[in-house]
Design a protein around this ligand. Structure first.
Ligand code: GTP
Ligand code: MG
Length: 543
């Protein structure tokens, strides 16, 4: 991308905070200083007007030129342009959209592992940040006594993040490789901001797990309570199908591209990744990088830097990664992350299944509000339709912004998503707070797609012996032992209740809307999947 285009179409924005973390800080989506050329951000609180302007600023599609071009190429082929040039133009836009796949990649890992630095370096290497801006960040970082953080400043845009050198909100940026358009989601590593990490990871298909190889840093991130472990478990539960594990800071004086250090970290990570549910051979790839120096990122590294690495660089791995295909013809499911007003109501989220087209009639669930799609934009570009796995903004008529909440789901009318106040789940208990026992009456915060809701465990149905069985099959067998309570590490089927209707699906039908985490007092205590929901038409199971 040309640098001077960036003021119009900033590659970067910030994902909103889930309700419990919203600090109502200032919105800087529309800043037009040098920063906003590379970087843009907003908070959910003041999202409305500013993000609206961004949508307005997007080039209209199709442009008059495109229409003309279509007509003239039709004429030169001696084909009659069909009555609807509108349709022809749409065809062009659609074809354009299909030339490159789109993937969301979330950067996760312990605090200070180098996620923002690596993300910033990617933007720099892909030509989206010029030298002058880097120099400006170098100076700013130096003034804040954070010299080495200048690359992270590309992703960390607000003052608090820059002062403390810690990401708070999920940074969002776009870049492209040969075959793929990527949205980078730069999650915070600090344990206070895990809810934000959850919101980032729940939008991603693939994860880059950043691990610091620096002496002592790998160890702190990996030990119990370190976010390397928590993030991996959360990523797996939230549907991050593939992980690229980058062993970062390989340039650092305590590491100096040591093969022993690299092997040691990989050796410790492999069993842990396996125990977290990843198939390491199929779904995980390791590679060494230096995010700060940009080594082994866009191009393969020079043997003079690291003689023992023969493998690919990060851009290659990202470009070739295979992710499960989603069904463009499936029912529409788009969990709403945020909403705002702009001559209509705009909702944002990731389209998990189906295709949304301008003119479509849809439901906003759980309220079954009948809405019409009057505009769609991808990144900052207006389009006529969006397919699965895209991050989209959809302009709706027929509903007021006040009548929508984060966690609602934009859904097709036929075969719409269900809405319930209770469900059965298979839970894996990770780590309960000191002395807590997990029993009926246990209360926690449920995070499922973009929903954040208080919940209560109302019944423990069955403890699962994982040695005997990996999956619960309700039809096949008589129930196992019904426990009164369970401890850390247990796998249990239980019934969970919430106060408000939530839109969820059975994991086996629709994993993206059927997996969740439970958190208490800022800690992830369990991960789980929905195994059963009340029958159609009911919000609860009958007694
Ligand atoms: P949080 O957002 O707080 O979780 O941190 P982060 O993972 O985004 O880390 P960040 O990019 O802010 O970097 C933290 C520190 O590590 C900064 O001082 C970086 O300069 C340093 N760092 C990051 N990558 C590298 C690297 O490849 N080599 C060296 N030597 N230092 C690095
Ligand atoms: Mg960061």
């Amino acid at each position: 991308m040309e640098h001077n285009e960036q003021a119009d179409a900033p590659p970067f924005s910030h994902a909103p905070l889930p309700a419990e973390q919203d600090d109502g800080a200032a919105d800087d989506w529309t800043r037009d200083d040098a920063d906003s050329m590379a970087v843009d951000s907003y908070h959910s609180g003041a999202l409305a007007e500013h993000a609206a302007e961004a949508v307005d600023a997007a080039p209209p599609a199709p442009s008059a030129e495109v229409v003309k071009e279509v007509q003239s190429s039709f004429q030169s082929l001696e084909l009659k342009p069909s009555a609807g040039t509108h349709e022809d133009a749409q065809m062009v836009v659609d074809e354009e959209e299909e030339t490159k796949r789109h993937l969301n990649v979330v950067f996760i890992g312990h605090v200070d592992a180098g996620k923002s630095t690596a993300g910033g370096q990617i933007l720099f290497l892909s030509g989206q940040v010029d030298d002058r801006t880097i120099q400006k960040y170098e100076k700013e970082a130096k003034d804040k006594s954070r010299e080495s953080w200048y690359m992270a400043y590309i992703m960390d845009t607000n003052e608090e993040e820059r002062l403390k050198g810690k990401t708070v909100e999920v940074g969002r940026a776009h870049f492209e490789t040969e075959n793929t358009r990527f949205t980078i989601l730069d999650a915070p590593g600090h344990k206070s901001y895990v809810p934000n990490m959850i919101s980032g990871a729940s939008q991603a298909d693939i994860g880059v797990l950043v691990i610091s190889a620096r002496k002592g840093e790998f160890e702190t991130g990996y030990e119990r309570g370190g976010q390397t472990r928590e993030h991996v478990l959360l990523a797996k539960t939230l549907g991050v199908a593939k992980l690229i594990v980058v062993i970062n800071k390989m340039d650092e004086p305590t590491v100096q591209w040591s093969k022993e250090r690299y092997d040691e970290i990989e050796g410790k990570m492999v069993p842990f990744l396996k125990s977290s549910g990843y198939n390491v051979k199929k779904d995980v790839q390791f590679l060494p990088i230096s995010g700060l120096c940009g080594t082994n990122m866009k191009t393969r590294m020079d043997k003079s830097i690291c003689s023992w690495w023969d493998g690919p660089c990060l851009f290659e791995v990202l470009d070739h990664i295979e992710v499960p295909l989603r069904d463009p013809n499936g029912p529409v499911r788009m969990p709403i992350i945020d909403k705002y007003k702009d001559m209509g109501t705009i909702v944002m989220g990731k389209l998990e299944s189906g295709t949304i087209r301008e003119g479509d009639s849809l439901f906003v669930m759980p309220n079954k509000s009948n809405v019409k799609v009057i505009g769609i934009s991808l990144d900052e570009k207006k389009v006529r339709r969006a397919g699965p796995a895209e991050n989209v903004r959809v302009k709706l008529s027929g509903i007021e912004e006040e009548d929508i909440m984060a966690g609602f789901v934009l859904s097709s009318i036929a075969n719409h998503v269900g809405a319930f106040t209770e469900f059965n789940a298979q839970l894996q208990i990770l780590e309960l707070l000191d002395n807590a026992i997990f029993t009926a009456g246990y209360k926690a915060v449920l995070h499922i797609h973009s929903v954040v809701e208080e919940c209560e465990i109302v019944d423990l149905i069955e403890e699962v012996d994982m040695k005997k069985k990996n999956e619960i099959d309700p039809k096949k067998k008589k129930p196992g032992r019904k426990p009164l309570f369970v401890k850390n590490g247990a796998v249990v089927v239980c019934r969970i209740q919430v106060n408000n209707l939530i839109c969820i699906e059975k994991f086996s039908d629709f994993p993206q809307l059927g997996r969740f985490t439970l958190r208490t007092e800022g800690k992830t205590v369990a991960v789980g999947k929905v195994v059963d929901v009340p029958p159609i038409g009911s919000t609860k199971f009958s007694a």
